[in-house]
Design a protein around this ligand. Structure first.
Ligand SMILES: *Cc1c(COP(=O)(O)O)cnc(C)c1O
Length: 431
């Protein structure tokens, strides 16, 4: 595959942009080699600057649930842009968006828009602390909530110890109120609550964690988190930046039947534009400025072009006579990919644990079941690297790390999934 143009662009980018990228995982450090540059995308495909065509299972990390450059979104963006790119004063599309979210996610009575998922999580944490008048937050090992100082914490130090910053530049004091627990572990959470009576403001969790690959909640785990927070006067915050409007019309909380106190969103609600949001119980949300004492703001929050793109995305996901039910289609494609990949791994004799929830998936190169980040670490990353590059050279783009989820869009056809599985079967035999 010729990547001459990408190589020279990357060399140029390295001169002006740290590591040549504006977000670290794009740099291919986990798989080796250099990233390629894309200047066009449509449906399930992306095209690099050298003209190579790839089937895309990254889908811009989630937002492109209808595939790239969906005509309804493109037309909504064009129309909105003609009227002005930003007003900094309320616009009608903000109200439409707020109503659409509240209607789809019944736990959300009020919602506030931000410009990224990071901001949404940062603000939800501040609000939970302000509302409960407590400082401590529980997060899970392997869950990512954006690059918020207090949430950039790896575990490693055990469930009951306080977190240590994951990044240089984050003072230890900023993470001293963050407690890290292993996901899917009931006892760890009980112990943390027992050791921190009346001090826990809330738990923030990806209901289906998708930032260390992908693994699912054990039966009863999310219900348990809901009950234990309630009984201790703490809040349950679902980070649905990745799962929201993807795993069901009402997100993971609809799929698993849980009612969190607060939720955060991003990715799909922006339809590919920079958007985030957080919302939940009205009495909590009313703690926000200008009504309440918790300050939160944003120059471009509720931006008309971003709202127009998000509204078109959510609207189209609703389905119609022509497109049918988007979520049933995504489930069908997901099941096809799962069955095919499992078969391919089996016949190649390569141990793979393939996890899937709806249109999110991850194949770990290990024979052990993966329920949390510690299990995920068993995967053979050297094998993943070879698999990744083998797939890429054959025209299939997977996320450039073993510890990222893959995404399917409604634009991925059954034929493309079949083709993907065929390529995978061939690449797996070479590992
Ligand atoms: C992507 C992501 C974020 C951060 O969103 P950004 O828009 O990248 O700031 C937060 N939480 C989860 C679960 C995510 O997947």
């Amino acid at each position: 595959m010729n990547r001459t143009q990408s190589e020279s662009l990357f060399a140029e980018a390295l001169k002006y942009i740290p590591g040549g990228v504006n977000s670290p995982v794009r740099a291919f450090r986990a798989v080796g080699g250099n990233p390629f540059f894309v200047n066009r995308a449509g449906g399930s495909k992306i095209w690099d600057v050298d003209g190579n065509e790839l089937i895309d299972y990254v889908c811009t990390w989630g937002p492109a649930i209808l595939g790239h450059a969906h005509p309804k979104i493109i037309s909504a963006v064009k129309t909105a842009a003609e009227f002005g790119t930003s007003f900094g004063i309320p616009n009608p599309l903000e109200v439409t968006m707020a109503k659409m979210i509240c209607e789809r996610v019944p736990s959300v009575k009020k919602i506030r828009m931000t410009s990224s998922g990071t901001e949404a999580c940062m603000s939800a944490i501040r609000l939970a602390r302000g509302f409960t008048r407590r400082d401590k937050i529980i997060k899970f090992d392997g869950c990512y909530h954006g690059h918020v100082d207090s949430l950039l914490v790896r575990a490693g130090s055990g469930a009951l110890t306080f977190g240590h910053p994951d990044s240089a530049g984050v003072p230890a004091a900023f993470t001293s109120h963050t407690i890290v627990a292993p996901y899917n572990d009931f006892e760890a959470i009980k112990n943390i609550f027992a050791a921190n009576k009346n001090e826990i403001a809330g738990i923030i969790v990806e209901p289906v964690p998708g930032n260390a690959g992908l693994y699912l909640p054990q039966p009863g785990y999310l219900e348990f988190l809901s009950e234990i927070t309630k009984s201790h006067g703490a809040l349950l915050i679902f980070d649905e930046v990745m799962t929201g409007f993807r795993l069901a019309r009402g997100g993971a909380q609809e799929r698993f039947g849980i009612t969190p106190d607060l939720s955060t969103f991003g990715k799909v609600i922006g339809g590919g534009l920079p958007v985030g949001a957080f919302g939940g119980r009205a009495e909590i949300m009313d703690y926000l400025a200008p009504l309440g004492p918790v300050y939160q703001a944003g120059t471009l929050s509720g931006n008309p072009i971003a709202m127009a793109a998000g509204i078109a995305n959510l609207d189209e996901l609703n389905g119609n006579a022509e497109s049918g039910n988007a979520y049933a289609l995504l489930e069908e494609r997901g099941a096809q990919l799962e069955a095919g990949m499992k078969d391919a791994a089996k016949s190649a004799g390569v141990p793979v644990t393939f996890n899937r929830c709806g249109s999110m998936f991850c194949g770990y190169f290990t024979g052990v079941p993966v329920h949390n980040v510690a299990d995920a670490m068993h995967s053979d990353r050297e094998r993943f690297k070879k698999f990744f590059h083998g797939m890429l050279d054959a025209g299939v783009y997977l996320a450039p790390s073993q510890f990222e989820a893959g995404f399917i869009s409604t634009a991925h056809t059954a034929v493309e999934i079949e083709q993907t599985v065929r390529v995978a079967a061939r690449v797996l035999r070479t590992l």
